[in-house]
Design a protein around this ligand. Sequence first.
Ligand code: EPZ
Length: 424
Amino acid sequence: MDAIRIHGGVPLKGEIPISGAKNAALPLMAACLLTDEPLVLSNVPALADIKTMSALLQQHGAEISRSDDGHTLNLHVGAITSTEAPYDLVRKMRASVLVLGPLVAREGVARVSLPGGCAIGTRPVDLHLKALSALGAEIEMANGYVEARIPAGQKRLKGAHFTFPMVTVGGTENVLMAAALAEGETVIENAAREPEIADLAECLIAMGAGITGLGSGTLKVQGVESLHGAHHSVVPDRIETGTYAVAAAITRGKLKLTNTRVDLLDSVIDAMRQTGVEVRSDETSITVTASDRLAGVDVMTEPYPGFPTDMQAQWMALMTTADGAAMVTETIFENRFMHVPELGRFGADVNVHGASAIVRGKVDLTGAPVMATDLRASVSLVLTGLAAAGETTVNRVYHLDRGYERLEEKLAACGARIERIKGV
Ligand code: EPZ
């Protein structure tokens, strides 16, 4: 397994191009199951999770070709050859469950392995299933699989009014895709408002679906009998953008982040400005400049437009270098503080009380061997390593490869002393 070695303490300076969003690309790829015509996606990040989703779609019958640079995918499902998403693929990546809605809507039946818990929490899919059953799908669970089918004698799912009891990104995406092919109107209340949902809705509209309410908590979908092919460019990755904004701040450097959109991460930029970091932006770029002293700023994770849970670990890393104390509260996942003991290995002073962590900043961080159990926790350790004196080795790099395209290359181009060590 590869590791990343960092010699910290260099203020980063330069430009980093932001990739397309992993969490938008995955549901967009699943949307190819809704039509027998080609769906072309550009600005797709080259990541391990994208390969896993490709493998899953291929076994459902997708023919997939990639452009030479790997960033444009042509996905074509002339016919669905299998309606089953097997355990071996679903356990690798929870987002595999996003094939459930499209498969049942187009083919009338789907059998998908239950994803099970993961490092950051139990993460059930009960609300995905409730929403699909509101559209008339019959749901059964057996042998670790969930089977959804359109009732006998019925050709399509039926539009319905469904209110999510809590905000779920994946649940909203699954029902949105299913509703696009259902008969009549579906109203989804308390829908997730994450930019990745609006991106999916825009693609579905380009494929012929009728959807209104984009960006709001109420989505109205006019179902159609069939969807057609389309070309869609994936929205920039707001979490990658935020992560590199923290890289600039934590190393007290200056980075210009290009190919991105500042409006996707208002809450992170607000918090950043409160620390004293200067953030300037234009239509497609953000420039982050940090001076020596930063103030501690409390954040609480919330559904969009609140502070994203996917930036919580990175924020905590930044707060270890700020003056005074900062409270970081996690409200989305019940077990998303696994980076705390690892941050302690750098000398950070963090105390967890239930869903909140108090970070007492401005300690002298020193490099250390560390390892994390999920993507964002891993990248928070890279960020801390960039700020810490001496050598840091981040193990289990495969987590990073799931969500950050060419991480070492992008950071090294801005002066970071960072390298990948193969097969440690
Ligand atoms: C998406 O996960 C993202 N993944 C996550 O990013 C992100 O952390 C999360 O949204 C929250 O923003 C992708 O988009 C592929 P949820 P998702 O359904 O859809 C509970 C990363 O690092 N819940 O919004 O799985 C659930 O347990 C990843 O890139 C139910 O109880 O998240 C959680 O506590 C990690 N029942 C909360 O809702 C359900 O049926 C929010 O989960 C569904 C969810």
